[in-house]
Design a protein around this ligand. Structure first.
Ligand code: SIN
Length: 520
């Protein structure tokens, strides 16, 4: 089946849906694809803390300084300046005025700005402690209002390029161009050829490559893997941000304990009740995430404990009642038998955010013509070696706007004859079903390898070992990928092993400990 669009957006989080809204409003024929059956199964949906926003008295230079010092000055200063200039006001123009989102207010009816680590001002707007799902649902509603088609259960297999796929030999000698995507319709197994004059990747992060993560299982980094195979530049892939505090619990997994608890006074303590962050940074509990995550990891190693504790019960300073301010964390912890108003919360660090990705410019353009990337899958250089808290939702929104404006201003169609030279996907003559237990085993092996050898603290020996193991997994996975009847799980696993190898290679190349890449 062959279909034609002006723009295909892959991913339905903040970056993908915002881009689709801007494009549709500019009069383009846009479709959003997501591999999930639920549109809202995105990293955006699980964001707790909030979003950096304009605030009276805050100053652009202070925000720039905070981003640069969290990112260890490894940042792209042009991206940082653009973000600080255009981003904070956009929260008001797009989320508040256009979408009508009502962020949490103080008892006097003013917007409640919260604090997070490494911010020199309280400049983060939030909706209680579940900002992401409120943004996600408002975006979906607005997308529906505009009549933007969202095709669920559609998994991208590979980008179509002239150099890789055309049957016209002359195309091999032209600069590389993206022309669309081969897509698997999950529930029928049909593989479709979707053409587009522009493709935007907005597929989110890679957290699921790690044994412990705050991300949902869908965070397999598909966009980076397809872009890499198409030949796009990838940068900063060694910089995986580990969130210091995810819930440590036998039954509740992947649950974030927002940094804004520390913004509102919470302290990290060991199992004997000792506050230990003063041993690691003058900023104590509000030091940048990499410092806090490593401190917790070291304390766990020193004491032999599998977790540390976060105490909000004794230290909360906010004026909104604790149960209300952190309503979701309160309810979720209570389900697990922990009352955060009375006792400390057991926590461990977990993979949280990918600071690297597909290299893009200030308009979201990748190194391949017609291919854009926005949000976590992209690397604008904004975050440098480590991301400042609550900057990612806004980065996704801002680059969605910049990319969409660039597309609509310079929109040109690819000649139809050139598209006609692209064949449909060819399935192997004999394809077989694979036992999902084998796939699960491979997933576990990758996650453990990444956690142990490419995690919070890395060594060159460990990275060598990781590379050797990943080479072996790649060999096996590519082999059965070629023979298998394709399904979403196999496509994700292939993407995962490609991405894990990209990360480990980048980490091995960078011998300098900086930001969230720490080598012993
Ligand atoms: C958090 O609430 O701690 C997460 C915020 C972020 O990652 O930006």
């Amino acid at each position: 089946m062959r279909e034609y669009f002006d723009v295909i957006v892959i991913g339905s989080g903040v970056a993908g849906l915002s881009a689709a809204i801007y494009l549709k409003e500019a009069g383009l024929d846009v479709v959003v694809l997501t591999k999930e059956d639920n549109i809202e199964e995105t990293n955006t949906n699980y964001a707790q803390g909030g979003i950096i926003a304009w605030k009276e008295g805050d100053n652009r230079n202070k925000l720039i300084q905070d981003i640069l010092s969290a990112g260890c000055n490894y940042n792209n200063t042009k991206a940082v300046e653009l973000f600080a200039e255009k981003g904070p006001q956009l929260v008001f123009d797009f989320f508040i005025k256009k979408l009508g989102i009502k962020f949490t207010q103080t008892s006097e009816g003013k917007l409640d700005y919260t604090e997070e680590a490494a911010h020199s001002d309280r400049r983060v707007l939030h909706f209680e402690d579940h900002t992401g799902d409120v943004i996600q649902s408002n975006l979906i509603e607005y997308t529906k209002k505009l009549g933007i088609p969202i095709q669920k259960g559609h998994t991208a297999i590979d980008l179509i390029t002239n150099n890789h796929h055309s049957t016209d030999y002359q195309e091999f000698y032209k600069p590389r161009e993206v022309m669309g995507v081969y897509i698997l319709e999950n529930n029928t197994g049909i593989i479709k050829t979707y053409f587009a004059h522009r493709v935007i990747l907005a597929t989110g992060g890679i957290g699921n490559l790690y044994q412990y993560t705050t991300n949902p299982p869908s965070a397999t980094g598909d966009g980076m893997s397809v872009a890499y195979r198409a030949g796009a530049d990838i940068i900063n892939a060694e910089f995986i941000q580990f969130h210091p505090t995810s819930l440590f619990h036998r039954d509740i997994k992947r649950f974030l304990i927002s940094e804004s608890l520390r913004g509102e006074g919470a302290k990290l303590i060991d199992t004997q009740g000792r506050k230990f962050m003063e041993d690691y940074s003058p900023q104590k509990d509000l030091a940048p995430r990499d410092i806090v995550a490593r401190a917790i990891y070291k304390e766990m190693g020193k004491t032999g404990s599998g977790y540390m504790l976060l105490d909000i019960a004794s230290y909360y300073q906010g004026d909104i009642p604790l149960k209300e301010r952190f309503s979701m964390i309160y309810k979720t912890c209570l389900q697990g038998g922990i009352d955060i108003t009375k006792e400390p919360i057991p926590i461990v660090p977990a993979a949280h955010y990918f600071c690297g990705g597909i290299k893009v410019d200030l308009k979201g353009r990748s190194s391949i013509k017609n291919l854009y990337a926005v949000g976590e899958v992209s690397c604008t250089g904004l975050h440098g070696a480590n991301r400042l808290a609550s900057s990612s939702l806004l980065e996704g929104l801002l680059w969605a706007k910049l990319a969409s404006e660039d597309i609509s201003r310079n929109f040109e169609k690819i000649d139809r004859k050139r598209l006609d030279s692209i064949p449909d996907w060819e399935e192997p003559e004999f394809s077989e079903e694979f036992d999902s237990l084998l796939l699960q085993q491979d997933w576990k092996a990758i996650q453990l390898t990444m956690w142990n050898y490419a995690g919070i603290i890395r060594t060159s020996k460990g990275l060598d070992r990781a590379m050797a193991d990943l080479n072996y997994y790649s060999y096996r996975i590519f082999k059965f990928y070629k023979q298998a009847r394709l399904n979403k799980e196999i496509i994700e696993l292939r993407n995962a092993v490609v991405n894990a190898s990209i990360i480990v290679r980048a980490a091995s190349r960078n011998k300098q400990s900086i930001g969230c890449h720490y080598v012993k």
